[in-house]
Design a protein around this ligand. Structure first.
Ligand code: C2R
Length: 175
């Protein structure tokens, strides 16, 4: 397990694990961490590859539930085996983030992540959309956390408020 350096920016024990196939995915996946922080959800992030280090990945995934992790967000580009491999190794919900790049610019990653065989689901979000992965992870945690549910309600209300304010400004008589 020493190959994995866990980056836990939270003092509390993490509820979400953000994993990605390469350090080159870190920037795309950073939006997931930023979004979880907005909701006060503790998380850890780890770069580990199913293709390059399958035994290390299996050891890491094996321990997740016992350590209190409830949801995994897994991002990868190219022939993205990582999210599906994590889903094969755990009963925790796995949210996949396909990442653009390479000759096929993410179509390879998208299909590899979304087209899982029956029985081994990966909830797949849009290309590079690690923000939505974090919102979905928060929604899963909110099923048993009324405080989080209230934060999510306010988060969605903000879209309405912004739209209403924009409309009001556009319709103002002096414009
Ligand atoms: P490098 O930049 O390290 O060469 O990686 C990574 O997610 C990254 O987007 C290039 C791309 O390869 C992807 N990768 C996977 C897996 N491991 C690395 N898809 C995997 O196990 O699925």
């Amino acid at each position: 397990m020493s190959e994995i350096s866990r980056n836990d920016p939270n003092a509390r024990s993490p509820k979400v694990a953000i994993v990605y196939g390469s350090p080159s995915d870190a920037q795309t996946m950073s939006k997931a961490g930023a979004t979880l922080e907005r909701f006060g959800v503790p998380y850890e992030q780890v770069s580990v590859s199913a293709h390059r280090s399958p035994r290390t990945l299996a050891e890491y995934v094996d321990e997740l539930a016992a350590r209190g992790i409830a949801v995994v967000i897994a991002g990868a580009g190219l022939a993205a085996a990582l999210p599906g491999s994590v889903a094969a190794l755990t009963t925790l919900p796995v949210i996949g983030v396909p990442i653009t790049g390479g000759a096929l610019d993410g179509m390879d990653s998208l299909l590899a992540i979304v087209q899982m065989p029956p029985g081994v689901p990966v909830a797949t979000v849009g290309l590079n959309n690690s923000t939505n992965a974090a919102v979905l992870a928060t929604q899963i945690l909110a099923l048993s956390d009324p405080g989080l549910r209230a934060l999510l309600t306010a988060f969605k209300d903000d879209f309405e408020k912004a739209a209403a304010a924009g409309l009001e400004e556009a319709l103002a008589p002096d414009r």
